[in-house]
Design a protein around this ligand. Structure first.
Ligand code: 2BA
Length: 107
């Protein structure tokens, strides 16, 4: 068994969850915040059989697109970085981690 952890843009989250549910995946949604942009994103936890991991990733890929976002100046974030100028960063489609599940039980 594997745990797929996917960080997705809020705007894609409804479509991704719909697609995963349509393909009979179990999904848990966590409201999270990106460390750099400090913007809300969504982290999905999907526990699934090893042979369904690729199908799971395809569902996510199908619904997540890249976006360009502006990072406010470092001064605004209070990071003490050199540049105070806003920067453009490319965000997404999705950031996906796949980890082994040592033990899985529903009690
Ligand atoms: P944020 O931390 O808000 O990052 C937004 C975007 O800023 C990132 O998009 C990336 O383009 C850039 N960025 C952030 N930290 C960076 C760094 N240390 N070096 C270079 N560029 C950086 P994505 O890579 O698509 O990530 C979107 C969101 O996914 C991130 O939001 C964060 O919440 C999460 N994420 C991405 N990679 C991660 C990782 N290795 N570990 C944990 N969370 C991650």
């Amino acid at each position: 068994m594997k745990l797929v952890t996917a960080i997705v843009n809020k705007e894609d989250s409804k479509a991704v969850c719909g697609e995963l549910l349509r393909h009979k995946f179990y999904v848990t949604r966590l409201a999270t915040t990106g460390g750099l942009l400090m913007a809300g994103n969504l982290t999905l936890l999907i526990g699934t059989e090893d042979d369904r991991v690729d199908a799971c990733i395809e569902c996510i890929r199908a619904c997540c697109r890249q976006r360009t976002e502006i990072v406010p100046g470092a001064a605004t974030l209070g990071l003490g970085l050199e540049s105070a100028m806003p920067m453009e960063v490319t965000v997404g489609g999705a950031t996906v981690f796949v980890t082994n599940v040592e033990r899985f039980e529903k009690l």
